[in-house]
Design a protein. Structure first.
Lengths: 513, 366
């Protein structure tokens, strides 16, 4: 099955056409300010290198983008939001936006309303829902011209009724309302879930415009394939879902890069070392997906519960400075100025790249400029770099035994052919477009994270699995291809009824049965 | 008496989470509340327990319930102060100060929340020097002080007074039942203590200790030093193991989260296995199958890079952790203390094993 993957990064827009396990065409273009231009150019370059008949048989176009994350980080193109919290008399002292950076809150906070309602963990109402207060809040938001609203109710991931009722009232009172309900986005943890809900609400206009632009670029290229966007976990969502839930794309960059490396190498379980200019990011692939980090993740300074790939960053990159005796590697780096500072490029700073050139690992710039480096220095510093990588790999490994190492990134020539703890070092072809490849191969997922009580463990897991399957199919997965990739159940302390939190993730291929 | 400064709140949260030894609930939301209160002009005073008059009346407060519910029904100072007002009404007497039942976890902030609302000073002490799951696991229970009355309030208009209880364990059972009924979260004011009782039987200077610990972590991070080593130095602790989580198993019984985490060693501990058992908090540690540490020693699992404490509910496969032990308060290490909070109190058929020299058990941590 042919698929096109496009990675819209901050600097470059890359596109690949893949067929099964083969990368047929790969192109790189500059990202444009309007996004649309870059995608259009990438697509036309890609299709120009493909026979048109082949190009039109593409089954899906998948775009990975950092556009929405960057909008939050750079505080641009965000809209004002009405925040509705349902949960009084609880939680009154910590209102919506309470832990946001002040500059971002000042841009996004339109109105804040807190009303009585919400549920207990076991489904009982905390107090009756104050529908009058919701209608009043809706009218005040409508008067102020606010259309983007984020609604968060206590324990809504377990009992979403209050949020649904609020949505109905808001839609009646606010013309063209764009309503984000927290239970559609999130996990247990009111503040973090609400933060994600409000971030999603403030990106509504941008998401609609951007996804419309992507769709236009696609149609303009004569492609009729369905459009998907990649999400944080390495899976995809339909374009319509992406325009409603832009936050789901937040961390797709590193995920796509690691997944792309897995695909290009044909390995599902490996350690991935991505060597850049200043650092190397070491991540772990398990079953073709990155292992996720555990901590709360801040986006643009806002605390969320997104799961991000677990990456260990070490101070070794192509621009890392090397001491004159070769004993100290970094942590200083010339970074993106390598092309003027590095010895082989005519500069005056001894860098990791110069050492690799002197050793003949790579041929860059003028190698004659490093021909005079003492061989002892070159050997010593190369060995030290190899040790740094081996130590990092060991820290990330979670099981005994050797694993394969996938070497990617512009500075991957720093990785030696033999690394302790690794049974092979694989230099991945096309690694410069790994992100776009990761997008092209992404699958569809459905996830459930819920608390169950008064049922057996097996019943709880089965119920979660059925729900996750339904969500995956709704997101565009072929039912017959669905596989359980993650299952975690955590019994909960101090709660009666054998309460347990079950998290299930199902993944399958794009398509319908 | 001295004011607690705004810039001590974050170190207190970091330090209290470490002293929580895996339990006690994250202090984050209570910390946020205190930041808001300080931004609105509140300030709370920290009182040296030595300055308490013998006949002073001290409120012992806690936020009781399931940590998970606390993530949805958020900590609130007005709610925290309710049972304290109830107790004053019931006793017909005003409190002179307030203290926490446990310094470990979110409850480190409970007396600060109460102090900000009521103006009461916060005594620099608690009744555990760490976190434990139950009422009879306090220094006051070990000292056989009375366990009643107790007041309990929820966010609605439900207020409960337990006027008498037959024992500390009965007090635990009755109050836990009520707490569950109101949604597994409630603010409580435990049996009031006299100044003399606090001075004789409290675990003293633990707020100061938590702040100092948190400060060290932050300083080490800023200086790019090893935060775990900084914690060990600041709290006279011992490093037991460095490794990665290889497996976590959990189950609930009688409302408690129980389980074990198995780790594989890295660096100097390569090739070594370490296991910890927990019941809300970490209770017993095995190195290559041999018991090397048990409660009441404080067993803490820290993120090896950031020095941040890792709770028993957020243990995950693959985390890189350092296992450390901090010395327990002297009263917990007496034979009576060990009967209340030693390994057998958590269902482990083993004697108390400590990694610390017991030469001077009267020494007070501060």
């Amino acid at each position: 099955m042919r698929r096109i993957g496009i990675d819209v990064g901050g600097t470059n827009t890359d596109a690949v056409l893949i067929d099964g396990n083969l990368v047929l065409v790969a192109v790189k273009t500059a990202t444009t300010a309007d996004v649309l231009g870059g995608v259009r150019t990438a697509l036309s370059k890609l299709l120009a290198e493909t026979a048109s008949e082949q190009g039109r048989r593409v089954a899906a176009v998948v775009i990975g983008t950092t556009h929405f994350t960057n909008a939050v980080i750079e505080r641009r193109a965000l809209q004002r939001v009405g925040a509705l919290r349902i949960g009084l008399p609880a939680s009154a002292s910590l209102p919506p936006f309470v832990d946001w950076p002040e500059d971002l809150a000042a841009l996004v906070r339109g109105q804040v309303h807190m009303v009585a309602g919400g549920h207990e963990y076991d489904g009982r109402a905390i107090v009756p829902l104050d529908v009058g207060a919701i209608r009043d809040a809706a009218r005040r938001m409508a008067d102020a011209g606010l259309t983007a609203v984020g609604v968060t109710s206590v324990f809504s991931p377990l009992t979403p009724e209050c949020e649904r009722e609020a949505e109905r009232i808001l839609a009646e009172e606010i013309p063209n309302a764009n309503i984000t309900l927290s239970h559609e986005l999130g996990r247990i943890g009111l503040l973090e879930r609400e933060n994600v809900t409000l971030l999603n609400a403030c990106l509504q206009d941008l998401a609609h415009e951007t996804v419309a632009a992507f769709t236009e670029a696609l149609r303009g290229s004569g492609l009729s394939a369905p459009l998907f966007l990649t999400q944080n976990d390495g899976t995809i969502m339909r374009a319509e879902a992406a325009s409603r839930f832009p936050v789901w794309s937040f961390a797709s960059g590193p995920t796509n890069s690691m997944r792309g490396a897995a695909f290009l190498s044909g390995l599902n379980d490996a350690v991935v070392v991505d060597v850049g200019g200043t650092t190397s990011d070491i991540g772990y692939l398990k079953g073709g997906f990155p292992r996720e980090a555990n901590a709360a993740v801040a986006i643009g300074g806002v605390r969320t519960l997104f799961r991000m790939p677990d990456l260990l960053s070490i101070g070794l990159g192509g621009g890392t400075e090397v001491s004159a005796d070769g004993v100290h590697i970094g942590p200083r780096s010339v970074g993106f100025r390598l092309l003027e500072k590095g010895l082989v490029f005519g500069g005056d700073t001894l860098t990791a790249t110069d050492i690799a050139c002197a050793a003949g690992r790579v041929d860059l710039g003028q190698r004659t400029r490093v021909a005079g480096l003492p061989s002892g220095l070159v050997t010593r510093s190369l060995a030290r770099m190899g040790d740094m990588i081996a130590e990092g790999v060991d820290r990330m490994k979670t099981e005994a035994g050797d694993v394969p190492l996938l070497a990617v990134g512009g500075g991957s020539f720093l990785i030696p052919d033999q690394v302790e703890g690794c049974n092979q070092v694989i230099r991945v072809e096309h690694h410069a477009v790994a992100n776009a490849v990761g997008a092209a191969i992404a699958q569809v997922s459905g996830e459930v994270d819920q608390i169950f009580s008064n049922v057996t463990r097996d019943q709880a897991i089965a119920a979660a699995q059925t729900e996750a399957e339904g969500r995956a199919v709704a997101a565009g997965a072929k039912r017959g291809s669905l596989k359980l990739v993650e299952m975690e159940d955590i019994p909960l302390s101090y709660l009666p009824g054998d309460a347990r939190r079950v998290r299930v993730r199902m993944i399958g291929d794009i398509g319908s049965d | 008496m001295r004011p607690i400064e705004r810039d001590e709140l974050e170190p207190l949260a970091t330090g209290a989470w470490i002293l929580g030894t895996g339990g006690g609930g994250s202090p984050y939301l209570s910390y946020l509340n205190m930041c808001n209160l300080y931004a609105d002009g509140s300030q709370v005073n920290l009182m040296d327990p030595a300055d308490l008059a013998d006949d002073a009346l001290v409120a012992v407060v806690s936020n009781m319930g399931a940590p998970l519910v606390g993530q949805e029904r958020l900590s609130d100072p007005a709610f925290a102060a309710k049972p304290v007002r109830m107790m004053e009404e019931y006793l017909g007497r005003r409190f002179d100060a307030v203290m926490s039942v446990e310094i470990g976890g979110g409850n480190a902030f409970q007396p600060l929340l109460v102090g900000a609302v009521t103006g009461l000073p916060v005594v620099d002490a608690d009744a555990m020097g760490r976190a434990y799951p139950e009422a009879q696991m306090t220094s006051f229970a070990i000292a056989d002080l009375p366990m009643f009355p107790l007041t309990l309030a929820d966010i609605r208009d439900n207020e409960v007074i337990v006027a008498r209880a037959a024992s500390w364990k009965w007090m635990e059972r009755i109050s836990r039942k009520v707490c569950t009924e109101v949604g597994s979260i409630a603010a409580t004011c435990k049996a009031p203590r006299s100044g003399a009782e606090v001075k004789a039987h409290g675990i003293l200077y633990t707020t100061t200790q938590a702040i100092a610990l948190g400060r060290e972590v932050r300083r080490a991070r800023r200086a790019h030093e090893d935060p775990v080593a900084a914690i060990l130095t600041a709290a006279n602790g011992k490093l037991l193991f460095r490794g990665k989580i290889a497996d976590v198993q959990r189950r609930t019984t009688e409302g408690f989260l129980r389980g074990t985490a198995r780790m594989e060693g890295i660096d100097d501990d390569r090739g070594i296995r370490f296991e910890v058992a927990f019941q809300n908090e970490y209770a017993v540690g095995w190195r290559d199958g041999r018991v090397v540490v048990t409660t009441p020693d404080l067993i803490c699992l820290l993120d090896s890079v950031s020095g941040e404490a890792i709770g028993t509910e957020s243990l995950r496969y693959g985390q890189r952790v350092s296992v450390i032990a901090l010395p327990a308060p002297a009263i917990l290490r007496t034979p009576k203390g060990i009967a209340h909070v030693g390994p057998r109190a958590f269902g482990h058929d083993t004697d108390y094993v400590t990694v610390f020299d017991d030469a001077d058990p009267t020494e007070q941590r501060s």
